[in-house]
Design a protein around this ligand. Structure first.
Ligand SMILES: Nc1ncnc2c1ncn2[C@@H]1O[C@H](COP(=O)(O)OP(=O)(O)O)[C@@H](O)[C@H]1O
Ligand SMILES: [Mg+2]
Length: 262
């Protein structure tokens, strides 16, 4: 019953907003102003993610993957387009409602981890609960840290932790938050392949719970191949979509779509 439904094409679809989708983003446009000049980054990107789906975004550095994730998670307001998460349109929400959503329904694993250096790993994982005015669930937090292999690092502060340990703490923070939609920006980037698999297993497990979904960015074809669907982004535009069957197929598609023929 909870199997992912056949995915709708992410490209060239403009039907009415579908409130049954976890993520329904239409024609997202984003640009930055650099030295007084308008620098377009996303040129109208549409992404639909079904409940229980795990979707990967791949593409060259600078193609706009992080910007897209920020726009879809409500961390950045796009210049144009529409983002609907579990039936709630982000564009119509106040800043405080968006902040509230980010503390409960939306989880974000930052590429740069975004841990508070003066707090312990345990306190960092407890933080979303404290910010949401909830009592941090001690047993869940300890179990989650144990799950990511960091039971012995509860009292460590981020500056004394390795990049991999910090990345796993950032993941534990989101897992313990138990949000409905997880956005993860290269969540296995600092990890060896064994830890990377564990992190991916956790994200896939989370997505299979009722009412959950995961959208992640990765450079690793082995990570993308384990997702239900892969979207390829080049120069701020969706260049293709794949229901991956093998690591080789993902790597070949990535190479074909991102190698410019002169
Ligand atoms: N706040 C910003 N101001 C100006 N340019 C930005 C900003 N954030 C990102 N960019 C630029 O937007 C482009 C896409 O960045 P990003 O989304 O981080 O790409 P990716 O995650 O695919 O590597 C890059 O050229 C980057 O330099
Ligand atoms: Mg990035």
């Amino acid at each position: 019953m909870t199997d992912p439904q056949p995915a709708q094409s992410a490209i060239n679809t403009t039907p009415a907003i579908d409130t049954a989708l976890a993520i329904d983003a239409r024609d997202v446009v984003e640009s930055f102003t650099v030295d007084g000049q308008d620098l377009p980054i996303l040129h109208g990107v549409s992404v639909q993610v079904q409940p229980n789906e795990v979707v990967a975004i791949m593409g060259p550095s600078g193609s706009g993957k992080s910007t897209l994730l920020y726009c879809l998670a409500g961390l950045e307001q796009p210049s144009n387009g529409q983002v609907v998460l579990n039936g709630t349109e982000l564009g119509g929400q106040s800043r405080s409602t968006l902040a509230k959503m980010r503390r409960s329904e939306i989880g974000f694993v930052f590429q740069s981890y975004n841990l508070i250096p003066t707090l312990t790993a345990y306190e960092n994982v407890a933080l979303p609960h404290l910010l949401a005015g909830r009592k941090p669930p001690h047993t869940t937090i300890v179990a989650t840290m144990e799950h990511v292999g960091l039971a012995h690092r509860l009292d460590a502060q981020p500056p004394s932790m390795s990049g991999g340990e910090q990345q796993r703490t950032a993941l534990a923070r989101v897992l313990a938050q138990e949000p409905q939609i997880v956005f993860a920006d290269e969540p296995t980037g600092a990890l060896d392949s064994r830890s990377g698999e564990l992190v991916l297993d956790s994200l896939v497990d989370m997505a299979r719970q009722p009412g959950r979904a995961v959208l992640l960015v990765t450079h690793d074809p082995a990570v993308a191949a384990r997702c239900d669907r892969v979207l390829f982004l080049t120069d701020g535009r969706l260049a293709g979509e794949l229901h991956p069957r093998s690591v080789t197929e993902v790597a070949d598609t990535l190479a074909r779509l991102t190698t410019k023929e002169d």
